[in-house]
Design a protein around this ligand. Structure first.
Ligand SMILES: [Fe+2]
Length: 220
């Protein structure tokens, strides 16, 4: 379960309207490298993670991405809420306004609505963690691109903070991947079955000699 805390993870307080910027920032809500995709990716992948630590990591980061989604949505709202129709007419925000008004809808800056096809969730822990690390780098790059599109200090503060969190998440997924490879190297403690990637703790039913070869196969 989740408990909602009625405050932002980092303050969002933008006063100046910027319609074009709002349309671009929207992509970090519902675009391919946005916070909705990140959150759904990690909260979906966590079930087949092999250890309590990796399950907790994905739960923690997936939850934090929900808080980031809230911040991005607030940014878009604050950048558009005071705009009047004359201001919107002819702006980059007009096509979005025609459908959604000033409502916050998960879409890319290029207009495509959010799709779960932006992420994958498999039972292959190595595939998941590599995807997660790449996703964090793409999100970092997207925030840097957005920072190039504004000089509003209030917006830059939020975008810069969100960018930093992507770097932290990348590091944490990298540590999890290193842990995983360490476990694969520890032939006395773990076995990975090539058929289902499930880590099985040794017991009397497992032939460790045979399983050592399987470890090495998994490391290719
Ligand atoms: Fe992230």
């Amino acid at each position: 379960m989740w408990i909602y805390t009625k405050r932002f993870q980092h303050p969002v307080d933008v006063k100046k309207t910027d319609l074009a910027l709002a349309k671009n920032i929207l992509t970090q809500f519902g675009g391919p490298d946005g916070e909705l995709a990140a959150s759904m990716r990690y909260l979906s992948q966590r079930y087949t993670m092999p250890t309590g630590k990796t399950k907790a990591l994905l739960t923690d980061i997936g939850t934090e991405e929900l808080a980031h989604m809230e911040m991005v949505s607030a940014l878009v709202y604050q950048l558009t809420v005071d705009a009047d129709p004359e201001e919107i007419e002819g702006s980059a925000f007009a096509p979005y306004y025609a459908i959604h008004g000033k409502g916050i809808y998960p879409a890319a800056s290029t207009g495509e609505p959010f799709t779960a096809a932006y992420f994958q969730s498999t039972n292959d822990l190595k595939a998941n963690l590599h995807e997660d690390m790449a996703a964090e780098q793409k999100a970092r790059a997207a925030y840097e691109n957005l920072m190039n599109l504004t000089d509003d200090p209030a917006v830059l503060d939020v975008l810069g903070w969100l960018r930093e969190r992507e770097v932290v998440h990348f590091q944490r997924f990298g540590e999890a991947l290193t842990d995983l490879y360490d476990q694969l190297d520890n032939k006395r403690s773990f076995h990975i079955d090539n058929r289902d990637n499930e880590i099985i703790r040794p017991n009397k039913d497992i032939n460790l000699t045979t399983n050592c070869a399987d470890f090495n196969n998994m490391l290719d």
